[in-house]
Write a protein that binds this ligand. Structure first.
Ligand SMILES: *Cc1c(COP(=O)(O)O)cnc(C)c1O
Length: 355
């Protein structure tokens, strides 16, 4: 007797980066920030009054939304918060797409949660192949028949960024449908389209505390857009879970986003390590895509992607390998601290000959 629904039986869930416990790894497989969260955020966590936890969290997360609005230069009514940006992105499907509509469109090589969300919510989707150099031809996405589109900028797992000067005409040309812009890695690029949300009512920018704010364990993400889009997300949230962002998370993330100076400094270090890592990998025979994110996507001239992953894992370094068409020869390597990156390079030197 199978008690599961057809949906639960048939879905192909997203696979997150592994977290093996057999030994201590240099963990460069899930794009976490190598630095700790802001000392101000840590202080708020330590001072948090646990007695408050008997109460439900503030329903509209006013303080957190106010802090996000201040940091992003928008109004609180333009901010929606969720339990990680994954949840915010998931809620975009019921909020902006019909099951019997034209569906969603996105690149063939992009965040692999998009097709999973579509399948889960019964929304059809079209995948637009990236060009041979792994860039996205935005005109092809514009030409796709769809009720709305998803673009990750910078893209994952390629790391390639699209300049804001190309995003604006794209959003304008897609004025008849929603453009969901996933800016999970924008803290390492600095070309956010948030200011465009004031002009373009079809643009929703989704961001996260996980990568740029070193708070992956906190689970908080947010969307910025026209109040009507935000209301759509609220209606779907309130049909599922009214309190996705807990009280501790609201307080800690509000403090974090208020400490922009700390994060600007740490993320600049990540960016300079990214450039060094790119050069060091190239010197070892890797072809490295130009990255604007906190990871690099690299293919070795002689050693396959699966083999690089396996050899590194055996030496205590975790990177991400995707056994998928077009990218199976690549590994996605998170930019770590200088020490972590050096550990990666030493592990590579231990098995790569004549780089
Ligand atoms: C990491 C990531 C997210 C989601 O992160 P959360 O931890 O759920 O906020 C969203 N989009 C992309 C492209 C990512 O890489």
């Amino acid at each position: 007797m199978d008690y599961l629904s057809r949906r639960a039986r048939e879905i192909a869930p997203y696979t997150a980066g592994e977290q093996p416990a057999d030994r201590k790894y240099v963990k460069l497989n899930t794009n976490e920030n190598p630095y700790p969260p802001s000392p101000k955020a840590q202080a708020v966590l330590q001072a948090f009054d646990a007695g408050l936890l008997k109460l439900y969290p503030p329903l509209e997360a006013e303080a957190l939304r106010g802090a996000i609005a201040a940091a992003e230069g928008v109004s609180p009514e333009n901010v929606f918060c969720g339990n990680g940006s994954d949840e915010v992105l998931a809620l975009c499907l019921p909020a902006f797409f019909d099951e019997d509509g034209a569906g969603a469109a996105f690149a063939d090589i992009t965040y692999s949660f998009y097709p999973v969300f579509c399948a889960f919510f019964g929304v059809p989707y079209t995948q637009i192949p990236l060009e041979d150099d792994f860039t996205l031809d935005l005109a092809k996405l514009t030409a796709a028949k769809a009720q709305g589109v998803f673009v990750a900028n910078p893209n994952a797992p390629t790391g390639i960024g699209i300049p804001l000067a190309q995003i604006e005409p794209f959003v304008r040309e897609n004025g008849g449908r929603v453009v969901v812009l996933d800016e999970a890695y924008m803290p390492f690029y600095g070309q956010s389209a948030v200011p465009l949300t004031k002009t373009y009512k079809n643009l929703l920018v989704v961001k996260t505390f996980s990568k740029g704010y070193a708070l992956a364990g906190m689970r908080c993400g947010y969307a910025i857009g026209d109040a009507a889009l935000i209301q759509g997300l609220c209606r779907c949230r309130d049909s599922f879970n009214s309190y996705p962002v807990d009280s501790v998370c609201q307080a800690v993330c509000a403090a974090a986003i208020g400490d922009g100076a700390y994060y600007a400094e740490k993320n600049a270090l990540v960016v300079s390590e990214r450039e060094r890592l790119g050069r060091e990998l190239a010197a070892r025979g890797f072809f490295v895509l130009p990255s604007q994110a906190n990871f690099v996507f690299a293919r070795h001239a002689a050693c396959g992607g699966r083999e690089v992953y396996k050899q590194l894992r055996a030496r205590g370094v975790l990177v991400r390998h995707f056994a998928k068409p077009r990218i199976a020869d690549f590994c996605r390597i998170t930019v770590g601290s200088r020490e972590q990156n050096d550990a990666l390079l030493s592990a590579l030197d231990a098995f790569l000959k004549n780089g």
